[in-house]
Design a protein around this ligand. Structure first.
Ligand code: NCD
Length: 316
């Protein structure tokens, strides 16, 4: 069954058309309009790793569209502790649900699940691999802020080695015509295979360890958390912890419409003084997870989002 495991599962045209669907669904996501496009459908949330935004926004998206959700809940109180395999779990949840959102600590787990599932699988993060549904909400946020994607200068900063959000996002941004700069400490550079893949596809990517030198030319600065849980040992983490910290005063040189994004949770990469600047966009970005995931679930379930949502929808 087709699912969304990496951004390669969507063509450029599909990405743009899903973003357009998401745009039209905004009043539904805000709870201003009732549009039960997914009534009778059940989403299975299988999160084997901690999640707040991804799990909750999938759940909100399904419920706002009139559908329902079943959750694996705490892994420690599931049959995983009895030794149940991922394969067996997928066979079973397949029968309970119409679509599955899954997060797993192992890279490749989502593809493995997708290969044996009858319902579509949406990869909500597989280890340090990919996080394509996050990419859709990130693209949505950038396009809403700047009215376009092509030609924008986007700086991806922080832990580019283990951060799965930036792995998926860098592919999509370069495909859609953005200029991408990778800013990271040397030991957390974007994996070589991703950089060469992007270059093979004709993208020009710049790599630097100087985040602060990028602020004046950036249209978007996408900050990320150092992925502590993926470091082989604590000492290695300690060497890079707190490598980049943005404060409001660092943004004096920024273009007026530059936006700061972050998939969240933040640790100390973005000082709270940034929150009240015109550049802070990360909470709006988190909200956009609802519309992006609504549009994605409709697409994967073959449900068309009406052109005139206001006309099709009803009062709550
Ligand atoms: C990200 C993730 O899980 O990869 N969070 C998210 O989905 N919004 C980023 C992170 O954990 O740092």
């Amino acid at each position: 069954m087709p699912g969304l495991i990496t951004m390669d599962d969507l063509t450029d045209e599909e990405i743009i058309s899903i973003l357009d669907d998401a745009e039209r669904l905004l009043p539904v996501a805000r709870g201003e309009l009732y549009l039960p496009l997914l009534k009778g459908r059940i989403l299975g949330n299988l999160f084997f790793e901690p999640s707040t935004r991804t799990r909750m926004s999938f759940e909100t998206a399904m419920k706002r569209l009139g559908g329902d959700v079943v959750n694996l809940g705490d892994v420690k109180s599931s049959s995983v502790v009895k030794g149940e395999t991922l394969f067996d779990m997928i066979q079973m949840v397949d029968g309970y649900t119409d679509i599955i959102a899954m997060r797993h600590p192992r890279q490749g787990a989502a593809q493995y699940a997708c290969d044996s599932a009858k319902v579509p699988i949406l990869n909500g993060g597989d280890g340090a691999g990919h996080h394509p549904t996050q990419t859709m909400l990130d693209l949505f946020t950038i396009r809403r802020a700047h009215g376009k994607l092509e030609g924008l200068n986007v700086v991806l900063a922080g832990d580019l080695r283990y951060g799965r959000t930036v792995h998926s996002l860098s592919h999509a941004l370069t495909r859609l015509g953005c200029n991408v700069t990778f800013a990271s400490p040397e030991s957390l550079r974007m994996p070589e295979e991703i950089v060469s893949d992007l270059k093979d596809n004709g993208a020009e990517v710049v790599e630097t360890d100087d985040l602060f030198g990028q602020i004046n030319t950036a249209d978007v600065i996408y900050m990320t958390r150092i992925q502590k849980e993926r470091f082989p040992d604590e000492d290695e983490y300690a060497k890079v912890a707190g490598a980049y910290k943005l404060h409001a005063k660092d943004l004096d040189v920024a273009k007026p419409d530059m936006i700061i994004m972050h998939p969240l949770p933040r640790v100390d990469e973005i000082h709270p003084s940034v929150d009240s600047t015109r550049h802070a966009c990360y909470f709006e970005q988190a909200f956009n997870g609802v519309v992006a995931r609504m549009a994605l679930m409709c697409r994967l379930l073959g449900v068309e989002v009406p052109a005139d949502v206001e006309k099709a929808g009803g009062i709550i």
